[in-house]
Design a protein. Structure first.
Length: 270
């Protein structure tokens, strides 16, 4: 009696188990939903998983920017004693020894004879300022409610992980709020363009004829509008007394009004 070459010397029970597992895998594939199939292929690509994790982290940082940022990103939260300051990286050890809590050094701002009595900021290695978590800070709104608890801070003074700008505003806080603003602007712009594309593309594809031709002419006209010169004109047109939130809201509306033609044509063809 000759052995079955497909078994490769395995016991009949092991072969049956492999066949059953293969059959279950085939059944799972053919009965899976579209979302499950997409996720199964997506998680096999390591670079896609890494990029997705980074993107999800940035989105969460933007949504919870008021909690993660230690200070108000506007001029109200500036540190007048530390302008154009270098990043302050928390550490555990220095020449004086180690600490169980991370700390940064304080800074001293004084006029120097070497710089013709201009203000000079120096690091004071004798002044340890320990990092604390869940500290009280400037009030902020999150999901419609007002809070004052920040994720981290120091027991005395300020901490600037990314340094400060020329007016003393914390760059780390401004970076997180910039992510939040970008998410808000992009989401609103995509929502407006998505609704316009569905309505215009659907109407053009459903009725056809004269209505289709008219809507396609409008679509082509909108597609010819140059985005960068338009934004430059809007920036010059907006009054200076408008707040940053009002400016971004206005820009997001413009993005939505000029971003629908491509999607509208795809809706029309389907």
């Amino acid at each position: 009696m000759t052995a079955d070459p497909n078994t490769d010397g395995l016991a009949p029970g092991a072969v049956d188990a492999d066949d059953a597992a293969s059959q279950r895998a085939k059944e799972a594939y053919f009965t899976a939903s579209q979302g499950q199939l997409i996720w199964a292929r997506f998680r096999k690509i390591r670079s896609a998983m890494i990029a997705g994790t980074v993107l999800a982290s940035l989105i969460l940082m933007g949504v919870f920017a008021p909690v993660l940022s230690p200070y108000d990103p506007t001029i109200a939260g500036r540190n007048a004693e530390y302008t154009n300051g270098a990043p302050q990286i928390p550490q555990f050890c220095d020449e004086a020894g180690c600490s169980a809590r991370p700390f940064i050094y304080g800074v001293k701002r004084e006029r120097s004879l070497a710089t013709n009595f201009r203000w000079v900021t120096t690091v004071d290695t004798e002044d340890r300022r320990y990092v604390q978590f869940f500290v009280e800070g400037d009030p902020y709104k999150l999901f419609g409610m007002t809070f004052t608890t920040k994720l981290f801070g120091v027991d005395d003074g300020y901490i600037h992980l990314f340094g400060t700008d020329d007016t003393g505003k914390d760059i780390f806080s401004r970076t997180l709020h910039a992510i939040y603003t970008s998410l808000a602007v992009g989401t609103l712009g995509v929502l407006i363009s998505f609704v316009l594309a569905l309505v215009i593309g659907g109407v053009a594809g459903y009725f056809g004829g004269f209505i289709d031709g008219l809507l396609q002419m409008i679509t082509d006209a909108v597609r010819t509008v140059p985005a960068i010169p338009l934004f430059m004109a809007i920036a010059a047109f907006l009054p200076p007394e408008m707040s940053s939130e009002q400016r971004f809201f206005f820009i997001s509306i413009i993005l939505g009004l000029i971003g629908w033609p491509t999607l509208a044509r795809r809706v029309r063809t389907h």
